[in-house]
Structures are given as structure tokens and as C-alpha cells.
Design a protein around this ligand. Structure first.
Ligand code: PLP
Length: 463
């Protein structure tokens, strides 16, 4: 009773005192926030005491599940030993040095990327992409190519919400309130076959057209003005879009031809989510910069890392005496507590074989969701890789007719899903619900989650 009174008070306070990220200001004022009080494994409990199967792992991030004593202990010990250490002026914390070595090794051994030998740290996926944005500029300034600065991203991509990252993000809804994107960011076609294939086009033809669109954009702008291309190996927030066959190999050849860097945004795909350690390895990418966050610490600590190639680093190193310090960094870059937690997190992923587990659980969940939705007339496509799965809704499955603008079937389903005790995410670009649970989700939890979701679909259905 005392607890629920306290929760009611907190709800009212939250309504009056907070401005939430990516939330309706009016809805918050009307209803107050949904309070969550505790979590264990894949189960989240709300303030009313209802349990929810968290099919999102928060925002695609709690890869090892909630409430892991190993991570809690590692963080507590780090807080006791060295609560804080900055990395400005060449200072360092021991665990951050260890983590860097471990990340370099993981990429070399598990992603065929022995060329990524330096790590720069931040606190969020967005700031990692801002680091990439600035590195592209610095690298080409140092090379005497000051015009080679534009970055090409893709429509439907999500790269975060700081000013540069918002610009890289390819979803208008995030741009229009803030007069973004910045003028040096361009967006090419969205390689989502299910929605954007033209009549009768095969996947191979579609893939070739996507690459042609990129090539045309590069030529139109002039390759001497294009510094980098940024891509999520599997696009997440846009709606879980897998690259069409051959796409990345052709893109890579095009980038190589025009001396354009590849930035792989692995903020979601890193640390096992795809059933591979990294999307870089899964798709045989050769990125010059890789953005990591989320699964790096399973979100137990806000931390990002940017993996940097020898090619980029060598230019910085060669000119360093001339240019002076690298004038970029954050108070919390390389935070020792985050580093200790990241190391413990990587230990758990390795010890429990969570990468293989994500692959097996992903196949199981994909199959179960396909079976459960086979007869739902408004489920158009169920797709995914590892534990990154999306369900796209259409007004008419037979003709693949999209729902009219302004309707949001996925939000209606999500609302019913919450009531039934399961949390898929409702995404902001296309009408898609995503499923990206912790990598150690059990069969029973998947079965129960799919059963609850099926009830939610029924409740949301046209009848
Ligand atoms: N990049 C990708 C691919 C993401 O999915 C996200 C967040 O969802 C970001 C970057 C931004 O990360 P953050 O919210 O930590 O700034």
C-alpha cells in the first residue's frame, strides 16, 4: 500500500517535472509516465506489479539480460577502486586499456577485421557517430582534401539524435523540428526489398538498383566531395531491413574505387545480436570506423566505442607533431566503471555462448512468430537475423498495399501487447513491431511472449 502510494506520487511528479525523449509531450501531461520498478532476466515489472516479457531488451541494448550479479559486482568494485578517471592529456585507467585490447582482439578474431587497432570512447551511440563525422573531416583535412567531407547515409537509417547523428539518421520525423539535416549529409535509397522493390524486380535486381542509386549520387555530387558512407549492417529502427544479396560487396567496391570511407554503425548489431559477434564479420565488411554502444555494456553503463582503422589512424599519427593534440573527447571518454562493466559483459557473452544462443533463439523466435501470424490478414512480412526481428503490417496482404499515411497499426498492437504483458517495440519509420530480446531468452519465455503477442494481435485486429 505504502509502495503503491509512493508510485502514484511519483507518477504525478513525473508528469509535472520531466520532458521525455522521443515521447509525446501532450500524452505525458495527460497520463503521466509508465513507471517500471525492477527487472530480472527478460522480465520487467511495472509499478502496478504487472510483469512484462521485454521483447526489446530495452532499446535493443540489454544483451545479457537484466540483473546480472557479475556486471553489478564489476561496476561496484570499479567504483570503489577508481570511481573516475579521464583520458585527456594521455591519462588512462587500467580497465580501459584492458578493454581496448579486448575489443581489438574480438574484431580481429571474430570479425576478420585485424585492421581496426585503435579505440576511442564516448558515452552513447549518437556521440560515437559524431566522432565518426568529425574523424572523416579531420582525416581528409590532414590528407589535404578539405572538400572531401560529405557523408552519405540511407533513407530509413537510424544513427542517433545529437546534431550530427540526427543528420545522419535518414528519418524525416527526427529532422523537421530542428532544421536538420546539416547540409553536408546526403541520403540515398533505402535497401528494403519488401517495401521498395518495383514491380517484378528480383532481389538481385533490386540490390543492383540500390547500388546504382548510390553510384549516381556519388557521381552527381563529385567523388572528390564524398568522405564517407555510413550504414547499419542490418537497419534496426527503420524497421529491421536485411541487406539484399550482394549489396555490401558492391557498395564496398564502389567506396574503394572513390576513396570513400565506410562507417559501420554497429550500435545495435554489435555484441552478438545477429548471431555473430559483429555485423562487420557477418557481412564481410571492411569498415574504417565502427560505432559501438548498447551491447558493449549491455546498457548497464552508458558507454560507446569507436573502432578506428590503421588507414585512418596512420594519417592522424603521421601529422600529429605538426597539428598538436587531437581536439576531440568527452569528460566520460573511457570511464573506468564502464570499462570494468564492459569487460564483465564480454566475459558473460563468451562464457555462456550468447552469440551462438542468439543465432539459435533467433531462428526459433522467427519461426514461432511466422507461425503465430500466418493467418493475420494485416501481417505482411516477418523477417530477421539472429535476435533482431521485425513484423511489418500492411492494409492488404495479398496486394502488399501499405496502410494509409497517418495510421499506426504497430502502435495499436504495441498498446495491446503491453496490456497482455509483452513488450515488442513500435518503430518510427514504417509500421513495424520489432523483437530484440536479451540474447539469453529461454524457449519458455519466447513461447509465452509469442502467445501473448498473438492475443494482442487478435485484440488489435480489424474486427
Ligand atoms: N546507431 C544506431 C544503429 C542505433 O540504433 C542507435 C540507437 O538506437 C544509435 C546509433 C544512437 O544511440 P544512442 O541512443 O545511445 O545515442
Amino acid at each position: 500500500m505504502k509502495d503503491s502510494l509512493a508510485n502514484a506520487d511519483l507518477g504525478a511528479m513525473g508528469r509535472k517535472t520531466m520532458l521525455h525523449p522521443v515521447s509525446s509531450v501532450a500524452d505525458l501531461a495527460r497520463t503521466g509516465p509508465t513507471l517500471y520498478t525492477r527487472a530480472k532476466g527478460t522480465i520487467l515489472e511495472d509499478a502496478a506489479g504487472q510483469e512484462h516479457i521485454d521483447m526489446g531488451a530495452g532499446l535493443w541494448c540489454v544483451n545479457v539480460g537484466y540483473g546480472r550479479p557479475e556486471l553489478v559486482e564489476a561496476g561496484a568494485e570499479a567504483l570503489r577502486n577508481l570511481s573516475y578517471q579521464h583520458h585527456f592529456g594521455n591519462s588512462a585507467a587500467k580497465d580501459t586499456v584492458r578493454l581496448s585490447e579486448r575489443l581489438v582482439q574480438l574484431f580481429a578474431e571474430n570479425a576478420g577485421a585485424g585492421h581496426l587497432n585503435r579505440v576511442f570512447y564516448g558515452t552513447s551511440g549518437s556521440d560515437a557517430n559524431d566522432t565518426a563525422y568529425k574523424l572523416v573531416r579531420y582525416y581528409n583535412n590532414l590528407r589535404g582534401k578539405p572538400a572531401k567531407k560529405k557523408i552519405i547515409s540511407r533513407i530509413g537509417s537510424y544513427h542517433g539524435l545529437t546534431a550530427a547523428a540526427t543528420s545522419l539518421t535518414g528519418i524525416d520525423a527526427y529532422h523537421k523540428m530542428f532544421d536538420l539535416p546539416l547540409p553536408d549529409v546526403l541520403h540515398t535509397s533505402c535497401p528494403h526489398f519488401y517495401r521498395y522493390a518495383e514491380n517484378g524486380e528480383s532481389e538481385a535486381q533490386f540490390s543492383a538498383r540500390m547500388v546504382r542509386d548510390l553510384e549516381n549520387l556519388i557521381e552527381r555530387e563529385g567523388p572528390e566531395t564524398i568522405g564517407a558512407f555510413i550504414a547499419e549492417p542490418v537497419m534496426g529502427t527503420g524497421g529491421v531491413f536485411l541487406p539484399p544479396p550482394g549489396y555490401f560487396a558492391k557498395v564496398q567496391a564502389l567506396l574503394d574505387k572513390h576513396d570513400i570511407l565506410l562507417i559501420a554503425d554497429e550500435v545495435i548489431t554489435g555484441f552478438g545480436r545477429l548471431g555473430h559477434w559483429f555485423g562487420t564479420g557477418a557481412f564481410d565488411l571492411k569498415p574504417d570506423i565502427v560505432s559501438l554502444a548498447k551491447g558493449l555494456t549491455s546498457a548497464y553503463f552508458p558507454m560507446s566505442a569507436s573502432m578506428i582503422s590503421d588507414r585512418v589512424y596512420d594519417v592522424l599519427a603521421a601529422k600529429s607533431d605538426e597539428t598538436g593534440a587531437f581536439m576531440h573527447g568527452f569528460t566520460y571518454s573511457g570511464h573506468p566503471v564502464g570499462s570494468a562493466i564492459a569487460l564483465a559483459n564480454i566475459d558473460v557473452i563468451e562464457r555462456e555462448n550468447l552469440v551462438e544462443q542468439a543465432s539459435e533463439a533467433g531462428s526459433y523466435l522467427l519461426r514461432a512468430l511466422r507461425q503465430a501470424t500466418a493467418d493475420t490478414p494485416f501481417v505482411g512480412d516477418v523477417r530477421g537475423m539472429g535476435l533482431m526481428i521485425g513484423i511489418e503490417y500492411v492494409a492488404d496482404k495479398a496486394t502488399n498495399t501499405p496502410f494509409p499515411e497517418g495510421t499506426a497499426p504497430h502502435k495499436v498492437v504495441s498498446k495491446h501487447a503491453f496490456d497482455h504483458g509483452v513488450l515488442p517495440r513500435a518503430l518510427p519509420f514504417l509500421p513495424v513491431n520489432s523483437f530484440s530480446p536479451p540474447l539469453n531468452i529461454s524457449r519458455e519465455e519466447m513461447d509465452e511472449g509469442v502467445a501473448r503477442f498473438a492475443h494482442a494481435l487478435e485484440a488489435a485486429g480489424p474486427d
